[in-house]
Every structure is written in C-alpha cells, then in structure tokens.
Ligand binder design. Structure first.
Ligand SMILES: C[S@@+](CC[C@H](N)C(=O)[O-])C[C@H]1O[C@@H](n2cnc3c(N)ncnc32)[C@H](O)[C@@H]1O
Length: 275
C-alpha cells in the first residue's frame, strides 16, 4: 500500500536528515531517501510521511527513532585491507615517528568504522609491523548501532576478505560455526562506540586523536557538512595530526587547516602547525 507523501515533505525530511546526520540527498535522489525511510514510517504506523517527519523533528538526535534512521541510512560497504597504502604509511612512517618523539600512548580513531573491517585492519597492520607491544588505543565509532553490533562479533563473510592477503587471513582468522572469526586476542583491543559525525558532543571526545581515519563517509555528506566535521577535527587534533580520507574524497576546497602530503603511495592530510 502506498503511503501518502504530501508536497514539500521529502525536502523537509531531506533537510532534517542533513542537519542531524550530515548525509545529503539532492533532488534527483529524494525517492531513494523516501524508500530508505519506508520501513520506519510503517513501523511507527504513520498515516503519511508528514507524521513521520514530526516524530523525527521533535525527537532528540540520540533518541531511539534517530538511531533507527541512522541504521536505515548506513551503507555498510567495507572490507579488510581497503586502501592498503594508507595502512602502510601508518605503520611504516607515522606510528614509528610518534614513538620516536613521545613515550605517551597513541590514540587512533576510526571515525566511521562500519562493521569493523577498517579498525581491525589497522590493528592487524600494527601487529604485522611488530608494533603490537606499543601502547596504542584504537577507538572505533559509527552512527549505526547495527553496524557496531556486527563489528563487535568480529565474524565476517567472504566479501569482507576480497583484498586481505591470504596469509593474513590464515594468521588472524579461524573458522567457527558462526563464520570466519577474527582472533581478537592477538591484537590491540578496539573500543567500539556509537558517535554521529554531525554531533559535536558525540565526536569531541575522540577528535583529539593525533591519527584519524574518516574514510568513505564524506561521500554521503554535503560539502558544508564535511567542512563542519573537518573543522571540528582541526579544532581538537594536535598540530601535525594525520587525517586519512577515502581515495575518492578530497578536502582541498573544504579546509585551510590541513595540507596534503604523500607518504609512500598514500595521501594524508596533515594538520597545519597554526592555531
Ligand atoms: C561505506 S562505510 C565506510 C566504512 C569504512 N570507513 C571504510 O572506508 O571502509 C560508511 C559508514 O559511515 C557511517 N555513517 C554515515 N553517516 C554517519 C555519521 N553522520 N556519523 C558517523 N557515521 C556515519 C555508516 O553507518 C557506514 O557504516
């Protein structure tokens, strides 16, 4: 049965989601936005999309319905060893440089970790590089509770392994009745928490990390939303902090606070040494 969509309501929903999640749907994709919300509109027994708009508008961002919305908009397309040149830059150059100049524990934040393949790849790469004994804390956050629940199980299907070298798969995964389980006991523990990149209070506790991976999420954001999030990173990260974004994401026109540097085959945004 089709649910009534009063005129102007797709745009209202689009603007509300943009404001609270950073994710932006242009006019040609408003049908997709409505499709993604359909199950929620039905679950809340709303007579029309306008009634659902009012539920969202008057709930706080962290409230139950917004958590369901973030699940509905979560594109959990990710895999181990994605953009491996960045992992190489991390373990061969950036982490050794940190411990050369500091005895302090190092914090690494995976800011849109999805189902966990990214932070676990970081952890595997550190271990492979002989850095497993170093005091390193890996924080992994995502706006989607359903993604985080999968990440915490550390059990993966075949498609997650498409880029992982077979030797690493043999070394770090075991076959269990549930599926291919990562042997997490070999690695730095990862602290998975929910945080929305469009919510200042939720991401501020992580943003002072000197190394941030925020990859393949800005492709869903508007340029303003990317600028807001990156400005917050810049406000809290230490000078010379390292920010990794996805290969198809560029910050060049969106921030003056970082400069791009090539390390091996990877591009890294380095926070400038200015206030
Ligand atoms: C394509 S995955 C990227 C996973 C990983 N970073 C990678 O590069 O493979 C995008 C993730 O961004 C998350 N996401 C979307 N909007 C977000 C937001 N406002 N705050 C935090 N995470 C968000 C989604 O839930 C999804 O898990």
């Amino acid at each position: 049965m089709s649910i009534p969509i009063p005129t102007g309501v797709p745009e209202l929903l689009r603007d509300l989601i943009h404001q609270n999640a950073g994710i932006y749907f242009d006019n040609s994709r408003l049908d997709t936005l409505l499709d993604k919300l359909r199950d929620r509109v039905e679950a809340r027994k709303c007579p029309s999309y306008l009634d659902y708009y009012y539920i969202l508008k008057y709930e706080e961002k962290g409230d139950e319905e917004w958590l369901r919305v973030m699940d509905a908009f979560s594109v959990q397309e990710t895999f181990f060893w994605r953009e491996a040149a960045q992992l190489q830059a991390l373990v061969e150059v950036i982490v050794p440089a940190w411990f050369k100049s500091s005895q302090n524990p190092l914090h690494i934040w995976s800011a849109a970790c999805s189902t966990g393949e990214e932070p676990y790849s970081i952890s595997i790469a550190l271990h492979e590089a002989g850095l497993g004994y170093r005091p390193i804390h890996i924080h992994a956050t995502d706006a989607s509770e359903s993604a985080l629940a999968k990440a915490r199980t550390a059990v993966y299907r075949e498609r997650s392994f498409r880029s992982l070298p077979p030797l690493l798969r043999t070394r770090y995964f075991e076959s269990t009745p549930q599926g291919n389980k990562l042997r997490t006991e070999l690695l730095h523990p990862i602290d998975f928490q929910r945080a929305n990149l469009a919510n200042t209070a939720e991401i501020t506790p992580f943003a002072s990390s000197p190394i941030i991976f925020c990859r393949n999420v800005f492709i869903y954001f508007s340029p303003e939303a990317v600028s807001r999030t990156v400005a917050l990173f810049a406000q809290h990260m230490p000078a010379k902090g390292n920010l990794f974004v996805g290969a198809s994401e560029s910050l060049i026109r969106l921030t003056q606070k970082f400069e791009i540097q090539e390390i091996g085959d990877a591009f890294v945004y380095i926070k400038k040494d200015i206030a």
